[in-house]
Ligand binder design. Structure first.
Ligand SMILES: NC(=O)c1ccc[n+]([C@@H]2O[C@H](COP(=O)([O-])OP(=O)(O)OC[C@H]3O[C@@H](n4cnc5c(N)ncnc54)[C@H](OP(=O)(O)O)[C@@H]3O)[C@@H](O)[C@H]2O)c1
Length: 264
């Protein structure tokens, strides 16, 4: 008789920030992991730690997800290792901001390739594998900024709008295949030094939307397993969204422009 095999969760951008918090939360729940991040960012140590602390299998791939070939190589690794995958977290992403015309070419490429291309390729390549499970999940990382056009975060918010619409469209497509697709649209999460520094310069209302990475990750994983489509961590974010729906679009854009002009 074949031994019962436990499927793996893939987490991209898993070496720090929300990706690391997702990995920890899933390991705590007893999920095997395949972690993906850049070389030299501590994945071997993190994998050993999670394995010994939570007694789960943790594999890792060190690769640059800016490369168009990387998702295909991850798919090949999973096939070669004969791993079963039941959860894909497309977490990797970058939050460049600035006035249009001032972005470097590298910043534009990072925003488009990491936030959109990598998520799209990973999802496209792993859908058939996920369909083989009785129940499977995809969690894509959008951002609260993807719910509206954001002056001075224009490229970022547009990439996250893409993730929002892409996720909800495939949620409908994959419903009958037993794959639940969720998109998370968090406000500021205290992950890297840049977000911490930017959050400290925000006004009181915006600061009240800030959440710690471990709390945000635990909430998003809980809601994903419940099959929720759009996940907004923190009640203040849900309230801000509800209020925003009643404000005239033009006024909202002027307000957002004022908030973000100096703090992107
Ligand atoms: N933080 C927020 O306020 C916030 C709010 C809304 C949405 N989000 C979204 O949530 C996701 C995670 O955000 P975060 O704040 O946790 O980001 P982060 O702290 O910058 O971490 C991103 C992760 O991706 C890895 N990474 C970066 N470039 C990579 C590349 N080219 N190839 C492979 N791995 C790469 C990083 O590795 P290193 O170890 O080298 O850094 C890190 O593990 C993103 O999609 C972001 O847009 C964040």
């Amino acid at each position: 008789m074949n031994p019962v095999r436990s499927p793996y969760a893939i987490v991209t951008g898993a070496s720090s920030g929300l990706g690391k918090a997702f990995a920890e939360e899933l390991a705590r729940r007893g999920h095997n992991l395949l972690l993906v991040s850049l070389p030299g960012t501590g994945l071997p140590v993190l994998s050993d730690e999670l394995h010994s602390r939570y007694n789960v299998e943790v594999k890792f791939i060190e690769t640059d997800l800016m490369r168009a070939e990387a998702p295909g190589e991850i798919r090949k690794y999973v096939a070669d290792q004969n791993l079963e995958v039941d959860l894909l977290i497309n977490n990797v992403g970058i939050g460049h901001g600035g006035a249009i015309g001032d972005y470097s070419e590298a910043a534009v490429e990072e925003s488009v390739f990491l936030n959109m291309r990598c998520t799209t390729l990973m999802t496209n390549l792993f859908t058939e594998e996920l369909k083989k499970r009785d129940r499977a999940y995809i969690l894509n990382m959008g951002s609260f900024g993807g719910l509206l056009p954001m002056p001075y975060k224009s490229i970022y918010s547009a990439t996250k709008s893409y993730i929002y619409h892409f996720s909800l469209a495939i949620r409908e497509e994959l419903r009958s295949d037993g794959i639940s697709v969720s998109v998370a649209m968090p406000g500021p999460v205290l992950t890297n030094a840049h977000v911490r520094e930017r959050s400290s310069r925000l006004g009181f209302i915006s600061r009240s939307n800030v959440i710690e990475a471990d709390k945000a990750a635990a909430y998003m994983i809980r809601m994903m397993f419940r099959g929720k489509g759009v996940i907004l961590p923190r009640w203040t974010i849900r309230a801000s969204y509800a209020v925003g729906c009643f404000l005239p679009y033009k006024l909202l854009l002027v307000m957002l422009g004022r908030i973000f002009r100096g703090v992107h």
